[in-house]
Ligand binder design. Structure first.
Ligand code: FVH
Length: 292
């Protein structure tokens, strides 16, 4: 039952930086923890902390009903789980390895065929922060496994469940990570403009960090506009914004700085204006992106 799970035995397959942090969190919270790693020497610090080392993935899987997998990538997961010959019936398999939605769905089918419940998990945060609210985990897959084991999963950080489709945690993870990269590549290109103009990059970065604090409410508002299909003039009307885009593009081009994203934005705005939506705002460009 959920009430007795706090002391339930757990197995962790994979003791890289993240897997070791996860195993340590379980040991520190009083779980009988069995660990396995391809390079056996990485088990030593965990054994010193109180875990038991298994010689093979089979032995590790046999030790606990609740089995966490945290390996480099999906190929490693396939290799390690594919080598398991002992029964998985009745086990709860929690895969915290980064991967795609289709890999998660295929793992779910694989586990179900062997009588195991599957939860796909994606973890965001740094290994030293495991066990704190600085780490967040997204889960999808077996609802009953999530409900029954939520207390153990919460020992690793903040958790959210996204649905029975096992691929949904990966969708969330990849979108969250992509959002970061989309933002940061734009930041680097902008810094190159600032640098090309001879402005001190470090001081600008500090100033712009203050400006972007205004963005979270805008993101929420844009999400609502897209959800409802009612586009107000967010960031101003597209007609006004398109004129500003010309300045941004010519400024970048005059400095020999990449303007590809600015041109993309301008083309989208021009298309929307030509379609008769020049009075709407930036979020309305979404309508064109989904038609591509
Ligand atoms: N570390 C982090 O900050 C990020 C945060 C975001 C999510 N990631 C994901 O977590 C997965 C594990 O990451 P990690 O940091 O533990 O990675 P490593 O320290 O490089 O450890 C990799 C482990 O995988 C084992 N391994 C690799 N290939 C194989 C294989 N073919 N067969 C068996 N095991 C394999 C490796 O074993 P060894 O090299 O020690 O023998 C490590 O245990 C990952 O998906 C991140 O994207 C962490």
């Amino acid at each position: 039952t959920t009430g007795s799970l706090a002391a339930d035995p757990v197995t962790v397959l994979g003791l890289g930086d993240m897997g070791s942090a996860i195993a340590r969190a379980f040991v520190e919270r009083g779980h009988r923890t069995t660990v396995w790693n391809r390079t056996a020497s990485k088990c030593r610090p965990l054994v010193e902390a109180g875990a038991s080392a298994a010689a093979t993935p089979d032995e590790a899987v046999e030790a606990s009903r609740f089995v966490v997998v945290c390996l480099l990538d999906s190929a490693a997961v396939d290799e390690v789980l594919g080598s398991v010959t002992s029964s998985l019936a009745g086990k709860v398999l929690v895969n915290l390895t980064s991967g795609s939605p289709s890999q998660a769905r295929s793992n779910e089918r694989w586990a179900r065929e062997r009588g195991a419940e599957y939860l796909d998990g994606k973890i965001m945060g740094d290994p030293p922060d495991v066990g704190t609210s600085n780490v967040s985990l997204s889960f999808s897959g077996s609802r009953s496994a999530f409900d029954a084991h939520e207390p153990i999963l919460r020992e690793l950080g903040g958790v959210a469940y996204h649905g029975e489709d096992a691929g949904l945690a990966a969708v969330e993870f990849l979108a969250q990570v992509a959002m970061g990269y989309e933002l940061l590549i734009g930041f680097l290109h902008t810094l190159s403009v600032v640098h090309a103009e001879g402005v001190e990059v470090e001081a600008f970065a500090e100033r712009v960090a203050g400006s972007v604090a205004a963005y979270p409410p805008l993101l929420t508002m844009m999400g609502k506009a897209i959800g409802s299909g009612e586009y107000g003039p967010d960031l101003g009307s597209l007609r006004v914004q398109a004129a500003l885009m010309d300045d941004l593009i010519s400024h970048r081009e005059s400095l020999g700085v990449e303007a590809v994203r600015m041109r993309e934005v301008k083309e989208l705005m021009d298309q929307r204006i030509a379609d008769g939506h020049g009075g709407q705002g930036f979020s309305s460009l979404f309508e064109l992106l989904t038609k591509r």
